[in-house]
Design a protein around this ligand. Sequence first.
Ligand code: FNR
Length: 368
Amino acid sequence: MSALFTPLELRSLTVPNRVWMAPMCTYSAVGRGPEAGVPTDFHLTHLASRAAGGAGLVMAEATAVRPDGRISPADLGLWNSAQQAAFSRITAAVASHGAVPAVQLAHAGRKGSSRRPWDGPGTVPPEEGGWEGVSSDDAPFPGLAAPHALTVAEIERLVGDFAAAAERALAAGFQVAEVHGAHGYLLNTFLSPAGNRRTDSYGGSFENRLRFPLAVVEAVRAVWPEDLPVLFRTSATDWLAEDPGDPRRGWTGEDTVRLAEELRARGVDLLDVSTGGVAAGARIPVAPGYQVPFAERVRAETGMPTAAVGLVTEPAQAEEIVASGRADAVMLGRQLLREPYWAHRAAAELGAEPRWPVPYGYAVAPRR
Ligand code: FNR
């Protein structure tokens, strides 16, 4: 029996299997100014085809809680009713294939207003639809324009923006909300000592650096139904120095364990464990499953459910991660771009029943 194809209970929600689609920006939203950030038929195809492909949970890409929270001008948002209505079609399509529709609520912080990756690096200027980034402080991410350091009033308003976007996500039919706390975007810069030079109650000590991300989590949890799960994506390490006395010390696996405990106490149901993104020059030992040990450590030391992500591409590899209790689910990114129906292939290889859409299932069944 395959562990990967065993359902996972999170609160009252049953996710049909442990093969989940990782959030992936497609930089394909249409519109400009207040009309921006609306998902299109491209997003519907992108997400629904992975649901038809057997992923148990399909997570929509980083979706900004306000216009300046987009990574690029072509990113999705959930701050108005046009976006909410367009997402409703997508969640219905994903759910029609038996997958759980999930959304990642995000603010890009100092990496906002970036060019789409295929347009090259750099910040989009205001005359081309760009905007000033915001961050914990005014230090730029190398190669991008300097952000404006958030005031306390702006931080408090952002907490409300996350809650409002969560309410819209729920109304649009999403069953899982994930708070994006990773990859050097806004919440991650607050958490990391390498991304936060504030001297007020939102910077300095570990407790102070967690204050804003935890306030966001509390606000999202408060509007998200008791019977549905909230997830948090974290960067478990900055891949910088770890020695407490080192001035170049970054966020560490130890910090992640402490964060997980705080998140769990506030009703976060699963930690989605990624790494990196705060420091431009970090040396990352990229290899198959290279981030799995961080998910494994959180699960072992706190008992909190985790998802592992990062170069998980083979059915046997994914099965081992879940079966050996290193994580409760795996998230696949690029492999699902290459191979949207990966989960059906994996199920067949692992001796589970592939959950083909009915009109395909009888036709592709193995010949007796
Ligand atoms: C990503 N990733 C990502 N992560 C995230 O938290 N929010 C996002 O919107 C995106 N966007 C995104 C776009 C594209 C094109 C890629 C390739 C990646 C990271 C992604 O979720 C995943 O963590 C990594 O891709 C590593 O997993 P894979 O691709 O090795 O399975």
